[in-house]
Design a protein around this ligand. Structure first.
Ligand SMILES: C[C@H](O)[C@@H](O)[C@@H](O)C(=O)CO
Length: 543
């Protein structure tokens, strides 16, 4: 008879530790020293409570790291962990949640996810990704983070976890959307939602499931009632279409951008520098994505890129940032008769994050109906620190923002080579510092088997050049950054609550308009049957 692997028995005052990593050997090796330092600090903190940390998997000297780097390895590792043992998932790098979610789904002991509050590598992004996966699965977990693992908040949380198996978190900043009065905003929100449910829309997904982001996959049964359907596309088709784009067309895209002042920092070394050939591929992808989207009548599009395509062609991000902007290099249909999505964005969702797809689609329609710039983007929740008495987040998408998010538009945009650690085939970003201004932020996610939307207000702020430089150097300087302040939400409230590695942002011209746009968005999502949660200070009339 088949027998399952026997698990060891639980030992007193012993916590088991797993560390999920990337699939890319380069990213795992690069992030390993920071992970080691974090685990040492975490071990000290547990030690002070009289607990021992036991790593469930060894460091592999041949690989140069100690991360779980595949789902298969995750299954093997979990086979060696007592099912009832207290378990810590420790993250200092960007990680693929599916490496550990299978094991976590059936783990019976208390689970704690922990990250270092540090920007060097996207460990906080990884933490939020795994938390969102656990939330979607309905697996209970506690979560903590710390700059150096010696602060009182962290130590109290850790003590609570070893004593009780849970960590209390402050969610006092969250309230359910109240019934809305009959305002023009509610009317518009309902109209947008009703039209979507009646006429329906299609999101094009070029290969589902980027980098183990289980949280970013919305099942059809949850998506279709909103009126949104998936067109499942293959990145192979995108690659094939790219090869049909003549050089004259890619050159025209580059010329259009250069004429508007965008700067490309190019060199000749394919391995470390941005080259003309990489840019040609990126513009071919931009054109190909528009043409295929036209073929299938898409309302939004997403490209997986990491993995698979990243070994074939330069990064998808530049194409993605361009697609999300109203002012874009014109691309004609194959027969030359039509400019595709002329003077308007084709909403794009990076890393095929379907929560972003729905949000971007709705935001696009609402902002457009209100006569506002609909350029929207996701950012990674990368890091943050206090500046001048307030907490300023580092929101940093791993590639490109729409140019209208920069004060000077394309004239201020710089394209820098993507980091070889993640992007072996290179490609340029559309980078810069997001202009100061009012924002509506949001995240659509799955919890309790249903779609939920967290919605809040805030602003992008300006920081002195030196502080901006410091923050970018401390993270990924080639990626565009937003210095974001969220209204009425503290760092720890946000971290405890947020159910995604990504956050969605849209600008509004002033605070009053941003409040109104938020009200429309809340009304639209509520009408679609999504549970809407207001986070922090949100000015909204109750009916
Ligand atoms: C380059 C990295 O893989 C990033 O793409 C990663 O940190 C993310 O963006 C995760 O949201």
């Amino acid at each position: 008879m088949p027998v399952s692997t026997p698990r060891p028995t639980v030992e007193p005052a012993t916590v088991w530790l797993v560390a999920s990593g990337d699939l890319r050997p380069s990213a795992n090796a690069a992030g390993w020293p920071v992970q080691e330092a974090m685990e040492a600090a975490l071990g000290d903190a547990f030690g002070k409570l009289g607990w021992t940390v036991r790593r469930a998997h060894e460091v592999d000297p041949a690989k140069g790291h100690g991360f779980i780097d595949s789902q298969r390895m995750g299954l093997t590792v979990f086979g060696s962990i007592p099912s009832d043992a207290p378990l810590v998932v420790a993250e200092a790098v960007w990680q693929y949640s599916h490496h550990v979610l299978a094991g976590l789904r059936t783990h019976r002991g208390p689970i704690l996810t922990v990250a270092n509050f540090d920007g060097t590598w996207p460990g906080l992004v990884g933490l939020l990704g795994v938390n969102a996966g656990l939330t979607k699965m309905g697996t209970a977990y506690s979560t903590l983070w710390s700059v150096d693992f010696t602060d009182d908040w962290f130590l109290e949380g850790l003590r609570s976890w070893v004593d009780t198996g849970t960590v209390p978190q402050d969610a006092s900043h969250v309230r359910p959307l109240p019934p809305l009065p009959a305002t023009p905003e509610r009317e518009l929100g309902h109209a947008v939602a009703d039209q979507l449910m009646a006429d329906k829309a299609i999101i094009g997904v070029f290969d589902e499931g980027c980098m183990g982001m289980y949280n970013a996959i919305i099942d059809d049964e949850l998506l279709n009632p909103l009126g949104i359907y998936k067109e499942r596309l293959s990145q192979s088709a995108l690659f094939a279409e790219m090869s049909t784009v003549p050089e004259a067309e890619t050159t025209a895209v580059r010329t259009w951008l250069t004429e508007r002042g965008m700067r490309f920092e190019t060199g000749t070394d394919e391995a470390t520098e941005l080259t003309d050939e990489q840019l040609r591929q990126q513009f071919a992808m931009y054109i190909a994505a528009l043409r295929i989207s036209d073929d299938f009548g898409l309302d939004a599009v997403g490209i997986q890129y990491q993995q698979g395509l990243k070994d074939l062609v330069a990064a998808s991000d530049l194409a993605e940032g361009l697609l999300n902007n109203a002012e874009r290099p014109p691309v004609r249909s194959r027969d030359g008769s039509r400019v595709l999505w002329e003077d308007r964005p084709l909403p794009h969702f990076n890393e095929v994050d379907e929560g972003v797809a729905v949000d971007a689609l709705l935001s696009n329609r609402i902002w457009t109906a209100m006569g506002l710039d609909p350029a929207t983007t996701l950012h990674d929740v990368r890091w943050g620190e206090e500046y001048d008495g307030r907490f300023v987040w580092v929101f940093e998408i791993s590639g490109s923002i729409p140019a209208s998010h920069l004060a000077g538009g394309y004239a201020e945009a710089v394209s820098l080579r993507q980091n070889p650690v993640y992007f072996p085939a290179g490609g340029g970003t559309l980078s810069g510092v997001s202009r100061p201004g009012e924002i509506v932020w949001s995240r659509l996610y799955i919890a309790d088997g249903a779609l939920q939307l967290d919605l809040g207000r805030g602003r992008a702020v300006e920081l002195p050049e030196e502080e901006t430089r410091r923050r970018r150097q401390a993270t990924n300087p080639e990626w565009p950054v937003m210095h974001a302040v969220l209204d009425g939400v503290s760092r720890d409230q946000f971290m405890a609550r947020h159910k995604a590695n990504h956050i969605q942002v849209v600008y509004a011209p002033d605070a009053g308009v941003a409040d109104r746009a938020l009200a429309v968005k809340a009304a639209a999502f509520a009408r679609l049957g999504v549970s809407v949660h207001l986070c922090g200070d949100v000015a909204i009339e109750a009916g």
